[in-house]
Design a protein around this ligand. Structure first.
Ligand code: SAH
Length: 426
């Protein structure tokens, strides 16, 4: 038995199932010729097709040494035998030891990088997986509650160390696990959801964001409960509404399509929209959206809530001759992968065309796509097609993206997903 494996086996015996992961190199991945190139650029992913052979018998999530075809050391990575994404790199520094201390340092750095954002919100993403050098780990903070997702075998293997590190870095006591996404099955991991540290979260947690307040249901809400990534775009919507009202000198009508729990609805009304129609297919989301409206002291008469399929609802609004000065379109991910791009493109085109037909002259459209498989350029092309088909003219005023707590690591372009356009009809 090679020395390293003997050490791993001993460590595991002594310290329980996690101890083995404390020792680097439970095995080695040797790459095929040419496949070292992306790692030399610090791209963190290694697909099964890039691997020539595996030395040793690393367990799921174990740390392995990655070597080029000539044996050159390239990275420490977490092994994921069930996934075609066979390994995700922790470090490109040979002297590093991937242990609890190393992980805690990465967590501390991630949290510290967001410190300046706490003034504007207490709902923040503290760790964003690959972008923060912790592939597959999501950690969100809602006031004093942490919510985590372990989306890859590597972070799952270090679950306890990472939870300890998150508590130490934030001073929070309660952590709820939302590792219930279907993507876990690709990593050979079962879905899991529940309290992992401290107490059960209350049914709703009040968060603040740019001076507004919202209820978040971390147990049952989408993602970890709230679309944290849209924080700055909701603030933009509020400022636009204020600007538009001042410019128009009249009451403005807004439409928030795919409203979820009303984040943009509240922002639009708080900014100055006289009425907001919110459309979503989920009755639960709309229920919480109404509560959020109330929580911000907005007038009940200014809100309209519609539980409907947005594709049909938008057409119906046109048939009724409705017009809106401000429209937000923030649909769910239409393209789950590259295989779905064509169908997704048609869906984006459809809703954008419908929205543009409802947009008053001079009105603004904030339109988004969170499909990673649809790039910025393609999205802009789709929307340009919708503008042309609607027979209107529009200006692109701004390109939009997720907030700073959802950074894009330059070495990992796959991390880019949320994109948006701010258009004004002219
Ligand atoms: N803009 C929101 C997030 C939107 S998430 C925010 O800032 O919080 C997308 C929403 O679209 C979800 O609430 C989901 O329930 C809704 N949805 C999905 N398919 C839909 C459809 N066909 N019609 C209407 N709503 C839909």
């Amino acid at each position: 038995m090679p020395r390293t494996r003997a050490r791993v086996a001993r460590a595991a015996d002594e310290g329980g199932p996690e101890a083995g992961a404390r020792v680097n190199a439970a095995g080695e991945l040797w790459l095929k010729p040419g496949k070292e190139r992306s790692l030399l650029r610090r791209h963190p992913w290694i697909y099964d097709t890039a691997i020539a052979r595996v030395k040793g018998r690393p367990a799921s999530g174990a740390t392995v040494a990655v070597r080029g075809h000539d044996g050159q050391w390239l990275a420490w990575a977490a092994y994921s035998p069930a996934s075609t994404l066979r390994a995700r790199c922790w470090s490109f520094v040979e002297a590093d030891t991937i242990d609890a201390d190393w992980l805690a340092a990465r967590v501390r750095e991630s949290v510290a990088r967001r410190a300046h954002l706490t003034a504007e919100a207490d709902a923040l993403r503290l760790v964003f997986g690959e972008a923060d050098g912790l592939p597959g780990l999501i950690a969100d903070r809602y006031a004093d509650q942490l919510v985590v997702q372990f989306q890859a075998a590597g972070v799952e293997a270090h679950r306890e160390a990472l939870l300890d590190a998150l508590l130490a870095a934030t001073g929070c006591g309660n952590v709820f696990d939302r590792s219930d996404s279907a993507s876990r099955s690709r990593e050979g991991l079962a879905q899991a959801s529940g309290v992992v540290r401290g107490a059960e979260p209350p049914p709703r947690i009040a968060i603040r964001e740019h001076g507004r307040r919202f209820w978040v249901d971390v147990r049952r809400g989408h993602k970890t409960g709230w679309y944290i990534d849209q924080r700055d775009n909701r603030e933009l919507a509020a400022r636009l509404a204020a600007r538009a009202r001042a410019a128009a000198g009249r009451d403005l009508a807004a439409l928030n399509c795919f409203s979820y729990t009303g984040g943009f609805s509240v922002a639009l009304a708080a900014g100055g929209a006289a009425s907001v129609l919110s459309i979503d297919a989920s009755a639960d989301a709309l229920l919480l959206a109404r509560e959020n409206w109330r929580l911000n002291g907005l007038p009940e008469a200014a809100a309209q809530w519609q539980e409907a399929n947005a594709f049909e609802a938008l057409r119906a609004l046109r048939a009724e001759g409705r017009r809106f000065d401000l429209i937000v379109l923030d649909p769910p991910k239409f393209a789950a992968s590259h295989h779905h791009v064509d169908r997704a493109a048609r869906a984006y085109k459809d809703i954008n065309l419908s929205a543009l037909r409802l947009l008053a002259p001079g009105g603004w459209l904030l339109t988004f796509s969170c499909s990673g498989a649809i790039g910025v350029e393609l999205f802009q092309k789709i929307v340009a097609g919708a503008v042309a088909d609607a027979g209107v003219e529009a200006q692109l005023l701004r390109r939009l993206a997720a907030g700073e707590d959802h950074p894009l690591r330059m070495s990992h372009p796959e991390g880019e997903y949320l994109k948006g356009l701010l258009l004004q009809r002219v």
